[in-house]
Design a protein around this ligand. Structure first.
Ligand SMILES: [Zn+2]
Length: 120
């Protein structure tokens, strides 16, 4: 008989009620691993497309990498935190300076339209 896998010697038959030490993973773990792989694939694809888009824009509009870094910093600050992310948190209105929910795309007080995130 041939055992496949590294843990083939464990669980010789008298282990009823013992934790399963074989390489078999619970169904929930396998599903999470699949979701993580799927998300990693999507992130890699989005990164590739972002890079391609940026290179087209940089060439067509004669921009520099510093231009997109500056704009990214400005966009980052819209939710009030310089953390490299857009979190959809509270947004301070550039017109009336009051705070609205980032889930809405206009100021709840004065109606000023906020820049809607294209990829968010
Ligand atoms: Zn406002």
């Amino acid at each position: 008989m041939v055992f496949v896998g590294g843990m083939g010697g464990l669980g010789g038959g008298m282990d009823v009620g013992q934790p399963n030490l074989s390489s078999a993973k619970p169904r929930g773990v396998l599903e999470l691993e699949m979701r993580v792989r799927d998300l990693e694939h999507h992130v890699a694809r989005l990164s590739l497309l972002n890079q391609a888009l940026w290179e087209v824009l940089r060439e067509e509009l004669r921009l520099r990498d510093e231009d997109i870094e500056q704009r990214a910093h400005e966009v980052d600050l819209r939710d009030g935190k310089a953390d490299g992310e857009m979190n959809g948190g509270p947004v301070r209105c550039p017109s009336c300076n009051r705070v609205s929910s980032g889930k809405h795309y206009k100021c709840l007080y004065c109606g000023q339209l906020f820049e809607k995130p294209l990829f968010g």
